[in-house]
Design a protein around this ligand. Sequence first.
Ligand code: AMP
Ligand code: MG
Length: 535
Amino acid sequence: MSQDGLVSASEKLQFDNRFTASLPSDGDDGTYSRQVVGACYSRVEPAVVQDPKLIAISVEIAELLGIAPDEIKQQDFVDVLAGNNLLEGMDTHSACYGGHQFGHWSGQLGDGRAIALGEVLDVNGRHQMLQLKGAGPTPYSRSADGLAVLRSSIREFLCSEAMHHLGVPTTRALSLVTTGDQVVRDILYDGNPRPEPGAIVCRVAPSFIRFGNFEIFAAREDYKTLQQLADFTVATEFPEIEDDGPDRYVALLGQVAERTADMVVEWLRVGFVHGVMNTDNMSILGLTIDYGPYGWLDNYDPNWTPNTTDAQHRRYRFGNQPAVAQWNLVQLANALLPLVNKVEPLEEALGLFGHRFESRWSAMMAKKLGLPSLDEAADKALAEDALKVLQIIETDMTMFWRELSSVSCSESVEPSDRVKPLTKAIYAKEQVSEEQKLVFTEFAENWAARHRGLGTREEARRASMNSANPKYVLRNYMAQLAIERAEQGDTSLVQELLDLLKAPYAEQEDKGSYYALRPDWARTKTGCSQLSCSS
Ligand code: AMP
Ligand code: MG
């Protein structure tokens, strides 16, 4: 029976390994740590794990790959998802890349604990790379173990799926399995290591190529491999670029710049802080990638970062993400320079980031406010005011925006009644001064007056605003609760959150307890307000 299940699932997975077939490989298939030169990847097999158990799957991704959820649940296929069972057609490998970490060049990094299984054709005929994160040592593991723990794997699995359903470009996750092995981690790097359950997420994306894949060859002056990688990327991921001279690399940069701008605007819309925007964690497709010490804003604070490793300089704080994305794009431009040999066209392509960001940001903020655009100065001012109001006193970002849609614009409503929904989003309600109350009230009055001036229809406005302002996001404490329970053996909350976050814009009245201010206990708790890179 289980063998039949495996045969049908594996037969449905049609591998077509373009990355490994087209690009140079490392001749050595050992897993020992080393510098790999002149190659885009190393062939490496996942480590065998003791007792693979399926914790969760994404039904949508299974369907995208043409596999029935029941087939995935067969133990033989769970073994595939844990790296214990390799299928015909797989070409397992880890990619070589470098990166700038926290603003400094780090040299070779690479897939230190990610092993790609190969590319499959999805039901739409598109290539999807399957990758096991936490599958064991690779040549890029340096002194680390190549493994991942349940805590960080739940965070990656839930968040990447939640982001997708929010409409944010992201890598996806097919499955979450536990390995049955224990993995030792020192969560806060403070000399308190403890064993944790090992786990593996099967990530899925058309490509996992990062800015750092280009940077490593430029840094090594290996322009031949650099060009091979750039040509491969254009041919497979940006086929609309038709130019066959050096301008194609300029076009590539321009496209990446625009996609990156779109991605960051979406982060700002939903309150997501990536936490480690190093260039090795920047996807060439503009997908959110590498869910490590990320976090979600509860109270709106543009200076907040969840990453304790970054606590001092806050390079990757919420409000700095557009600037860092641009800085990262400059590193990509530098990496492509040897193929273009002219600075001006690359600078021009980089300029697309700013233009795209401005226009998308304005459109995004207009939609959050229920306005057609921010073209008028008065509307731009309303957007700026909203962000100011959010900061005068500790105010929940998600609830503020969601509640705004239910604020009435009618002239007959008293200001003190109109503002009421918004005040639900305030944390320390008893500490609000009269002056602060006035700021909230004035904002609500101005916003309502503007809508009256525009003759906005209430129903349509509410529906449109609710499609830009999610009701449910993966608040840090929610993921932490799911982790704590799962570590005790009860994984039901992982499934509950996965289901909840599939429809983040829907009312889901029976799930109302997740539409609430962050509980007090979560304010300073590890895993909720502070996270490290330990995963
Ligand atoms: P990250 O901060 O997760 O983006 O990781 C930065 C680099 O460290 C990448 O090259 C990772 O593959 C590598 N890395 C992180 N954790 C591990 C681990 N447990 N074992 C091996 N390599 C790792
Ligand atoms: Mg990474």
